[in-house]
Ligand binder design. Structure first.
Ligand SMILES: Nc1nc2c(ncn2[C@@H]2O[C@H](COP(=O)(O)OP(=O)(O)OP(=O)(O)O)[C@@H](O)[C@H]2O)c(=O)[nH]1
Ligand SMILES: [Mg+2]
Length: 260
């Protein structure tokens, strides 16, 4: 059994990717199940084998405690901790090889609060991975790209699990833009120049420059350990590559290495 958690910023395409990737896996003959961990979602494009909305409803919590939309999701995920053992039992009795787990878009849950990592750790099988979904429309600006990569890094720190960074929605950007985003990952100089141009940092702004240089170094280090996989949850482009990388984690455990 392999649990794969889809995490990422709001609207980056986690739910759509879970749906398309599960169809892809099924077509290839794999046994796959889906778990929805988003207590606030209205519409799901897939049929969830387990749906947390059957256990806790963000909407009901919002009404009962007069909470706003984000606070009610945070409260719902916090309250799922109480049901973590029950959920774990349900997931483990699904018996599928691939368990795809869709998570809510509120990154605070995973980047800052204790409940996200706690829940994911309780629900993980012996083999598990995080797919961090980045929106390529947002990542096409140098500062958007840097923010996405730093969030990915923050998730990696919090979970300490094999993590795959996925650049989703590539059907919405042209080939040249895609190439540029991918080059930012591998060549710190390119990213540094793009950032300098975007924020018009001059050589006199020493602190800003030093900070920007450090950030580009960090991103190049992330790029060295985990390549960004371009996909489209809409067209299915890149899903074979996503599978290949995930499968290596599955068979290789934590000592995965997919840098060619
Ligand atoms: N063109 C295009 N649109 C996409 C792709 N993936 C997702 N979308 C669209 O992006 C929007 C958000 O997609 P979701 O799958 O709901 O994103 P999410 O990350 O699950 O959103 P939250 O759970 O609300 O954080 C929807 O309108 C999707 O149809 C993609 O690869 N290409
Ligand atoms: Mg979603």
């Amino acid at each position: 059994m392999f649990t794969v958690f889809f995490v990422g910023t709001a609207g980056s395409g986690k739910t759509t990717l879970v749906s398309t990737f599960s169809e892809w896996l099924e077509r290839e003959g794999y046994d796959v199940a889906i778990v929805n961990l988003d207590p606030a979602v209205d519409y799901l494009p897939y049929l969830a084998d387990i749906d947390v909305r059957d256990i806790v409803s963000a909407r009901k919590l919002a009404k009962k405690y007069k909470l706003g939309p984000n606070a009610s999701i945070l409260a719902a995920v916090d309250s799922l901790i109480v049901n973590a053992d029950k959920l774990r039992e349900m997931i483990f009795s699904l018996g599928a090889t691939y368990i795809l787990i869709d998570t809510p878009g509120q990154m605070e849950i995973f980047a800052f609060r204790g409940s996200g990592p706690m829940l994911i750790s309780r629900l993980s099988a012996e083999r598990s991975a995080i797919v961090f979904v980045i929106d390529s429309v947002y990542a096409r600006s140098p500062s958007g790209f840097v923010s996405s990569m730093l969030l990915s890094l923050s998730t990696q720190f919090r979970f300490n699990k094999p993590q795959v960074n996925v650049l989703n929605k590539i059907d919405l950007i042209d080939a040249q833009t895609l190439e540029q985003i991918l080059s930012w990952c591998e060549e710190p100089e390119e990213l540094l120049n793009a950032l300098k141009l975007e924020s018009s940092i001059s050589t006199e702004q020493k602190l800003e420059l030093a900070l920007t240089e450090k950030i580009t170094e960090i991103i190049a280090t992330i790029g060295m350990t985990s390549r960004l996989i371009p996909v489209s949850a809409k067209t299915g482009q890149g899903l074979d590559e996503l599978y290949r990388v995930l499968h290596q984690i599955y068979i290789g455990g934590l000592d995965y290495d997919y840098v060619e």
